[in-house]
Design a protein around this ligand. Structure first.
Ligand code: DX5
Ligand code: ZN
Length: 226
């Protein structure tokens, strides 16, 4: 199992649970699963690689059973220093995929292999100030199935999409065949343009969860990006 089996022909919206209402997390996930959402994005921050501490394995293992029971998967975006240190606990907590940052490790081959050895799919992420060509070389060395182009400086939901990201996604799409995920400031108003630039997987936090009806927002973004 991996990204090639999770993705269909059209674009895929992956709600970022970091932006959910944590008092109602299970309810919001159930509603999104019922609406057809199958891939969830789980943002892990350690207070070092990014300033905030976000959510981790304790929250993860409370939600993976319901996601897996519905045929869904959960992709963990590790915004942490020393990502490989955390892989075993993410694997035992039910993660399906880990996406780690080029800026967080110097050793793509070993880190990618460590994830695969635990049965985790592998993605590689890169920040807005990282060179696209360097990110591609790192992702290929890691054996990544997916590459994540950050369209904000990672740390917080609700930031505006950086417009220079369009050219970076286009450059990436010329260089790789693996699916391109875009994370940060994506919503109904720009998802079609992000798709046209070459991305297939769209992370949406604020755009799904900030309003009163996450399911309706998810459906609108999915329709706009399909
Ligand atoms: C930020 C996270 C993002 C974030 C996206 O550091 O990696 O996944 O939750 O949220 P929005 O869609 O609100 O920019
Ligand atoms: Zn993220």
């Amino acid at each position: 199992m991996g990204w090639d089996t999770w993705l269909g022909e059209s674009g895929e919206v992956t709600p970022s649970l970091y932006a959910a209402d944590f008092a109602r997390l299970g309810e919001q996930i159930e509603a999104l699963l019922a609406a057809g959402c199958r891939i969830f994005h789980f943002d892990v921050g350690d207070g070092h690689f990014i300033p905030p501490v976000t959510i981790g394995p304790v929250v993860l293992r409370s939600i993976t059973p319901m996601i897996h029971a519905a045929g869904g998967v959960i992709d963990c975006h590790l915004m942490v220093a020393d990502p490989a240190h955390h892989f075993p606990e993410f694997a035992t907590s039910g993660a399906d995929s880990v996406t780690f940052h080029i800026e967080a490790t110097a050793d793509p081959r070993d880190v990618g292999a460590a994830a695969r050895a635990l049965g985790l799919a592998v993605g590689v992420a890169f920040n807005p100030d990282t060179d696209v060509v360097d990110a591609v070389a790192f992702a290929q060395a890691a054996g990544a199935e997916l590459i994540l182009c950050m369209s904000i400086v990672p740390g917080y939901s609700g930031q505006p999409f950086l417009p220079e990201s369009y050219a970076r996604i286009e450059e990436l799409a010329r260089l790789v065949r693996m699916p391109i995920q875009v994370d940060g400031g994506v919503g109904e108003e720009n998802v079609a343009a992000v798709r046209a630039a070459g991305a297939r997987v769209f992370v949406a936090g604020n755009a799904v969860f900030a309003g009163p009806d996450p399911v309706a927002a998810y459906r609108r973004i999915a329709a706009a990006g399909a």
